[in-house]
Write a protein that binds this ligand. Structure first.
Ligand SMILES: [Zn+2]
Length: 243
């Protein structure tokens, strides 16, 4: 590893040289390569993670461009995960970047994440998030929930059996079932940045910040104190009904 690349980051005491080496040994799986997933993958590759899989089945569309920084007009019609693999590999050749073109299902999710040190949520629907939650708890892999809607984003780091899981707090999260989620273009990169900070904390064994809610229009930041539900069917009773 060329430490000089990370010199300014290593000066941050929360990371340091030891933290940088720790990050360089970690494998991240990002599920979804759109507004959230592409920005989080970009941040993690620049941060110096060891390896990253970006799983996405979609082709880039004109309507994706307002909330991403890595995609250009010339990429329209190409596979999102393939574009991300090519561009991010150029950003940092020391990181192993793999774009995996598939839709995550209950049949393939366990094999997709089995080598992950952490899973990042870059999806746009609660069904897939609850599936990630179950596989994460079952396989004992930390994951970071993230979601965006209009001007509001939410993030929560989840360490199975230590911190509340997504099912524990499902009553606190709106399930907006619309085909097109309204979102301000600069929100996903902000929420991705918070998501990657929580991911770094987990990978470095630091204290998490609970459920984070940020409204980019009102500039209101909240840390919500959430509790584990002992009756939770997922992390309490360990019934994995979606898998
Ligand atoms: Zn739970």
């Amino acid at each position: 590893m060329n430490l000089n690349r990370y010199r300014r980051q290593i000066l941050v005491k929360e990371l340091g040289e030891k933290g940088q080496y720790t990050l360089s040994e970690k494998h991240v799986v990002v599920i979804g390569g759109g507004g959230l997933g592409s920005n989080s993958a970009d941040i993690l590759v620049r941060t110096g993670i060891g390896s990253i899989d970006i799983i996405d089945n979609d082709l880039l569309d004109l309507t994706n461009l307002h909330r991403t920084s890595l995609f250009n007009e010339e990429d329209i019609g190409k596979s999102k995960c393939q574009i991300l693999e090519e561009k991010l590999q150029q950003v940092n050749s020391e990181v192993v970047v793999r774009g995996i073109k598939k839709r995550i299902t209950k049949e393939n999710i366990e094999s997709a994440v089995k080598h992950a040190d952490i899973i990042l949520d870059g999806t746009d629907n609660m069904e897939t998030r609850f599936l990630i939650n179950e596989v994460a708890v079952k396989s004992n892999i930390p994951w970071i929930y993230a979601g965006v809607h209009t001007t509001v984003g939410m993030v929560m780091g989840i360490i199975p059996r230590q911190t509340p899981c997504l099912k524990c707090i499902s009553h606190s999260i709106a399930n907006n079932k619309t085909d097109e989620i309204p979102v301000m273009g600069n929100l996903p990169v902000t929420i991705a940045s918070i998501q990657c900070t929580e991911a770094a904390k987990i990978l470095l064994g630091k204290q998490l910040s609970g459920l984070i809610m940020y409204d980019i229009w009102k500039q209101r930041f909240e840390q919500i104190n959430v509790k584990k539900n002992p009756e939770c069917t997922c992390c309490g009773k360990e019934r994995f009904e979606l898998l």
